[in-house]
Design a binder for this molecule. Sequence first.
Ligand code: 4AD
Ligand code: MG
Length: 469
Amino acid sequence: MSTIISIADLAKHVGEEVTLRGWVYDSTGKGKLQFIKVRDGSGICQCVAFKPDLPEEVFAAAQKLSQESSLTITGMVKEDKRAPGYPGGYEVAIKTLTVISAAGEYPISPKEHGIEFLMDNRHLWLRSTRQWAIMRIRATIVSTIRNWLDDHGYLLVDTPILTPAAGESTSELFEVKYFDDMAYLAQTGQLYSEATILAHGKVYCFGPTFRSEKSKTRRHLAEFWMVEPEMAFFSLEALMDMEEQFVSAIVGRVLEKHRMELNILERDTSFLEKVSAPFPRINYDEAVVRLNKLYTESSDEEVKRLLRYDPANLPEGKTEGEYVRELRELLKMDWGNDFGSPHETALTQQFEKPVFVYHYPTAVKAFYMQPVEGRPESCRSVDLLAPEGYGEITGGSERIYDHDLLEQRIADYKLERKNYAWYLDLRRFGGVPHAGFGLGVERTVAWICGLQHIREAIPFARTMNRLYP
Ligand code: 4AD
Ligand code: MG
């Protein structure tokens, strides 16, 4: 009997007879040889059937394999530096082969497919090497988030998904029937974490969050995963100190563990290698001045660089000159507005590391943010913008801890006081200065993996126009 092993463990079994169980990724014949690439979840390995060494029916079976058929293969492990695969460098000389289930004609072939076709077949597309690499990196990002927080004194305290009221903004709520009442899917766990810090000091919640944002961008999902640390006795400065350590740890862990996957994704890691504390910190006011200066003073070449112009995206019927003039207009910025994604891109193009932008206008942020002292039109908020055009990956702030001010805000934002009575209680019974932030997992995955679109950063994306599969 040969031992059943994983492809990832081939190196430990050179010269032994082993059994692999998996799926046919690809099969090509060449005379007396049949090369079968087998994947088993842990990797991809080339298995070779050599006609003279095999009973006729085994070789015939090897020649007939269709893509994605499931099978077991028994054979001898050989080291061969040139052998393709992941991790590669080993191949298996086939002795026997058993088909478990012969696959019908597989819709996803190595040729190019349109994105909607691939998303319709997401349940199958997840098997392809690129998607496999992304999901492995995603899993490490998630485990590093948990491990880092657990190791630094943060307690995981779960928050509800079904909630009676808005946590962020009333315009993006998904409603669900809740017995005879109405509930909303959580946009954030933050408000509940503000309760649990008063029991535990430093906490985090981590789960899916939901937003019915009517935006079809490459950065927005209707369902996404967010980790939200919340800390008692924390200032905005302490928050930035912590965030830069946290984000650096996540990037560092992926670089350490996933060279192979980053290679599969053809990710240029030069910017990722630079991610270490401290990150640059700029005030919103300064960011606005910078953008307007870029708008008026940049050469056309500089505008192209700032907005990551790609000739492939030149709209039909436009000259480059016309298009660059349009791009330049996107840099203009009035104080009081939120940044659009071109603003974020241009800002981050000036730095090699992620950048903090803090003290946004109060009017563009959520109701619970602490005003800047003596300047209530600005608030103690901070977003972290990722380089290479990825933009916001975290959003956070100091929270209002004065009862009366918070009560006033709830009224100003036309929220129903009775739904927030418990939240106001937190300010009646031992409120303290506190702060926290949320990091979007898919935005982080997209950035680290270098993805064009956030839909590949989650196994089954939910967007405005997609709920299938
Ligand atoms: O900036 P946001 O809306 O902040 C909050 O929800 C706060 N309650 C967090 C906190 O302070 N505890 O969202 C935080 C992050 C964003 O920076 C972004 O990474 C991600 O969540 N995010 C989205 N990701 C994908 N699709 C969307 N529609 C997202 N909206 C926000
Ligand atoms: Mg935000």
